[in-house]
Design a protein around this ligand. Sequence first.
Ligand code: ADP
Ligand code: MG
Length: 698
Amino acid sequence: MTKNVPQLFGSKVFNDAVMKEYLPKDTYKALKKTIDEGTHLQLDVANVVAHSMKEWAIEQGATHFTHWFQPMTGVTAEKHDSFITPEPGGKVIMSFSGKELVKGEPDASSFPSGGLRATFEARGYTAWDPTSYAFIKDDTLCIPTAFCSYSGEALDKKTPLLRSMQALDKSAVRVLKLFGNENVNRVITTVGPEQEYFLVDSEVYNERPDLIYTGRTLFGAKPPKGQELEDHYFGTIKPRVSAYMKELDEELWKLGILAKTKHNEVAPAQHELAPVFSTTNIATDHNQLTMELMKTVAQRHGMTCLLHEKPFAGVNGSGKHNNWSISTDTGVNLLEPGKTPSQNAQFLLFLTAVIKAVDDYQELLRVSVASAGNDHRLGANEAPPAIISMFLGDELEGIVESIVNGTDYHDKAKQLMSIGATVLPHIPQDTTDRNRTSPFAFTGNKFEFRSLGSSASISGPNIVLNTIVAEVLDIFAEELEKASDFDSALNELVRRELTAHQRIIFNGNGYSDEWVAEAKKRGLANLKSSVDALPAFISDESIEVFTKHGVFTKTEIMSRYDIMLENYHKVINIEALTMISMVKKDIMAAACEYEYSLAETINAKAATGLKLRNKVEEAKLVKAAELVEMLSERLEKLETAVEKATTMSDDYELAKFHREVIFEDMNSLREVVDELEVLVPSDVWPFPTYGEILYSVK
Ligand code: ADP
Ligand code: MG
């Protein structure tokens, strides 16, 4: 059957075309104004919108509606209400009011708030975000909303993102006016997130309590075949995976999500999906939906989708590449080198702003990707290092160098780099993307922030990016607005700032030890774990930049810091408890059974009276006994540490203790288990091995 993709696309979305069709003309106009300009929507207009939305939703088979929001858990939340309203005679009608559309009051007390909502004031409310279209999922009309406390604090990941987009809009428009762009009214940031994931057979998955409870394997010896042959990357897609990908694409298209590219990734069972980019707010909503659908669609195919950053130790982990750019409402990509000297001057100023922002706020960017799961990747020679640096590519680096040195740029035209008077050479996109070890790479007309973990919301990193670039653009605007000679002021600013921020630019191998030493010499931060990184979030400069641009209040910053710390130690705690349970219940028993069978063999041989040799069995038994003893000791050590943690209450102290003690104890317990796994016969070993999991999807 051929599929009519254009017809399928957005069929479950209350998008602009549907609005035009279903809304009276003046209602459509009013709503459009709200969407485009953020004007307040009157309740009578909201009532009309709600009615039409409901009519459309019912035609699509919907029976319920929900405010769909993004609490600080990092996943989405929804509470479904049906449209039914009782009528006399025991009947019901389907209704949905403007009030219900605009505002909701979920019981918010169980979401993390980091102390923002004292228990006596447990109510929060959700407020419709008309800039993100409503959609239907599982017969429910989902209304994208922001989630706030009654005292006005953001309790979610969407509100500060919208605020950061506003901040960047304001600063960027201010800068653009200086270049004479009078017709630009709005500047937005765009994002295309590439999403990596693993697919495993659900039968195998269900036999691994660690995967079920923690999303990653806590034990597992290396399989004989891993990714050494590099035959999986871009390899032929297996039929079962292909069927899954097709259905996933269709489900995403129905929701108006621009699923574009799909392929196998480096590790066995690892894959990637990339959409066409969209506005950051929409891209964030869509990425949340994509992750959710990846999981639900996998279930229908008897598979489980793993979004954890590091499901298998020693095997490539999963990340998310956040392709980011800045665009005007007139459709100009501000990170695209232009064709005329003045466009290029503008491009160079925006480029300089991003370079300065990344250098000045490298620690904040590092915090924005910090999580217990991502700690396994960053700096582990597969993902970018924990040190933030930027890659510009040969062409752009050459240009930057010539600006800094005031020398000729040796392109074909051999022109002196006087900004605003020179046409930049064309920068081919395929030559800018070679350095895969760089955390922050220029890729021709956008930057690719590569340090994100696969399971995280992309909201955090984009909040930081938008805010820090807004801050720098403001500083630049301030200086340039005062200048009597714009061109020379611009030249002087760009040269000065590029010179000042040379240290953040690095085109070499980010995995090498030399880089770690070199970065240290340059004074770049190397925040290896979340525990090292998180305090930067509450530093003076962080509070200053977020509050100045109205992105977070100080209270919101402190609460988010608490939530991140709490999440960090809770995640490791759950892992430790799972590990303890698996060792106690099953692994210890399997190891003892192995010992017993060896001892029995030795006894049985002796009983024959033939004086048979026992060299092999005895050596094996000695080794097994030794490992069982170590297993028992290390288990006890971990249990004691977990017990000790229960006596602590400070979140930072807990996070530090979980990183420095519990996490290390887990690693050393794991070593013994992995050694045992190789010795114990497979029919005795209680859990599927790495090989069985990674090659479970045939
Ligand atoms: P690669 O794997 O080489 O990094 P992909 O084509 O898989 O490249 O991903 C590139 C991503 O960047 C896509 O999601 C694409 O839509 C996105 N992208 C392209 N242009 C922009 C832009 N101006 N702003 C944001 N994202 C962009
Ligand atoms: Mg990429």
